[in-house]
Write a protein that binds this ligand. Structure first.
Ligand SMILES: Nc1nc2c(ncn2[C@@H]2O[C@H](COP(=O)(O)OP(=O)(O)OP(=O)(O)O)[C@@H](O)[C@H]2O)c(=O)[nH]1
Ligand SMILES: [Mg+2]
Length: 306
């Protein structure tokens, strides 16, 4: 018998006013490996039967056991990602698995020098800059900051950043992309320069390399092929890392993380909403694991209580 399997499932019943409450109780009692096997309404409450039919011990062989592999697959991770893991991590060891497969800027990338945020239109470049800037101003004040937008061709392309600069009282200029080198030279003594760029559409050319640390902004819901295509289009750049945005809008982070694992680029930030600045967090293995667990919980709940 495979060590990933047990002859007897451990069945327990949990009740709550809502499915979320009942599943929460099951998770607290049985851990992350709890699987919902039945549900019903009883006396105005939701009753679920949950089982732990997988032990959380890893098989003695190298590589992932079937249990973890099938859960990663359910979370959208690609076969290549699963095959590249050569240690037998248990499901509760997802942070360690991510530490081994993804790169992180530990203990966080210091925001000094010139950063430029690049990516497709509407992925969250400007929002990410504003969140980082707001956090920076709250923590360290506004001294030595400079904001630049090179998104000056589009109607109202600069407006959001200009308004944020005004509210946060941070110096701001709008320039064409061709003027960036000169502007960076002009602000070389600033402690932090944040550059917002126009979105790069498929097949419409890339972005000219500059003396900036470029951050690739990628939405969590993009398909792997689209992510790869955009990265190829921005091949001339050498990004220092990635910000994943719209993580609140997906149940499956696997497709996006599988591609990012291939790139070996550090994950810098994860954005989970539009609130400033609290919806942006430094990317950590623990945060990603929480998001994957929560996504599986949500999709399990949707399936069970649909
Ligand atoms: N739900 C959600 N919305 C987000 C997130 N990040 C950004 N947004 C929203 O996505 C929309 C586009 O964000 P922008 O920051 O303007 O994106 P952009 O990349 O600067 O867009 P362009 O300048 O048009 O290329 C806005 O409505 C943001 O509020 C996120 O993490 N979650
Ligand atoms: Mg923008």
């Amino acid at each position: 018998m495979n060590q990933d399997q047990q002859p007897d499932a451990q069945l327990q019943t949990f009740r709550g006013r809502t499915p979320r409450e009942a599943i929460g109780k099951a998770r607290t009692a049985l851990g992350r490996d709890a699987v919902i096997v039945a549900q019903q309404q009883r006396n105005g409450e939701v009753e679920i039967v949950a089982s732990v039919d997988f032990p959380d011990v890893a098989p003695p062989t190298r590589g992932l056991g079937e249990h973890v592999r099938s859960r990663l697959t359910a979370a959208g991770f690609a076969p290549n990602f699963c095959n590249a893991v050569d240690e037998p991590y248990g499901w509760q060891e997802l942070p360690d698995l991510f530490r081994a497969t993804l790169r992180f800027a530990s203990p966080g990338l210091p925001l000094t020098g010139a950063f430029r945020f690049v990516g497709a239109p509407g992925v969250g470049k400007t929002t990410t800059i504003i969140k980082l800037l707001a956090e920076h101003v709250l923590r360290y004040g506004r001294h030595g900051l400079q904001l630049i937008s090179t998104d000056n061709r589009r109607l109202a392309g600069c407006e959001q950043l200009a308004l944020a600069a005004e509210l946060l009282d941070v110096p701001y200029i709008e320039i064409p992309e061709e003027g960036l080198a000169e502007a960076l030279e002009r602000f070389r003594t600033a402690s932090l320069v944040m550059v917002d760029s126009a979105g790069v559409s498929f097949g419409k050319g890339g972005i000219v390399p500059a003396a900036t640390r470029d951050v690739l902004v990628t939405p969590a819901m993009w398909q792997p092929g689209s992510l790869r295509r955009l990265k190829t289009q921005l091949d001339a750049l050498n990004p220092v890392g990635l910000a994943i945005t719209h993580a609140d809008q997906v149940d499956q982070l696997g497709p996006c993380l599988s591609v990012i694992a291939d790139w070996r680029l550090p994950l810098l930030w994860v954005s989970q909403g539009t609130e400033l600045p609290e919806d942006l967090e430094p990317a950590t293995p623990e945060l990603l694991a929480e998001l994957v667990y929560a996504g599986i919980d949500r999709s399990q709940m949707n399936t069970t209580f649909a």
